[in-house]
Design a protein around this ligand. Structure first.
Ligand code: C2G
Length: 134
């Protein structure tokens, strides 16, 4: 069984996230998603609309996701790969090169981000009450 692992905040889940999860899952037979905890997000300078528990609940409902674990630190990835028998680490190419140290333990792939969508953009649209699909 080919096991895939990815990490992220996944706040206000949008089609860019879904496409990442879809492509990640298609790389193997099982996808584990490590979701950033609220505490860890503070370190990333992210204030989420949804709590960690809500983001986990939503991700567990996504057909491409087989397992969800917490992301609590930058240092946990090597142990996560080992402890979960991961074959492929994958993440969006906004992180290109950042996790090459994992190549010693598994395959490392950076997938092209989906253009023109981000949680920040969604928040800005809502804040500005701007028309959608403009
Ligand atoms: N993503 C994407 N296209 C977008 C937006 C996001 O492919 N338009 C991808 C990102 O590249 C990432 C995943 O969706 O692989 C989750 O994005 P975020 O929730 O923004 O995750 P991030 O804050 O980048 O956290 O240790 C790694 C970090 O926890 C990654």
């Amino acid at each position: 069984m080919i096991k895939v692992l990815t990490y992220g905040t996944f706040d206000l889940l949008h089609h860019g996230h879904i496409r990442l999860l879809e492509r990640s899952r298609a790389l193997g037979d099982h996808l584990t998603v490590a979701v950033s905890t609220d505490q860890f997000n503070l370190g990333k300078g992210k204030m989420c609309a949804y709590t960690y528990e809500e983001r986990v609940h939503i991700l567990k409902a996504v057909r491409y996701v087989d397992e969800v674990i917490p992301e609590e630190s930058w240092e946990q990835k090597i142990n996560d790969v080992k402890d979960n028998d991961i074959d492929i680490f994958v993440i969006g190419d906004d992180w290109e090169g950042e996790f090459d140290f994992l190549k010693e333990y598994c395959e490392v792939l950076y997938l092209p981000r989906t253009p023109d969508i981000s949680t920040t953009q969604v928040k800005e649209k809502l804040a500005n009450n701007s028309r959608w699909n403009t």
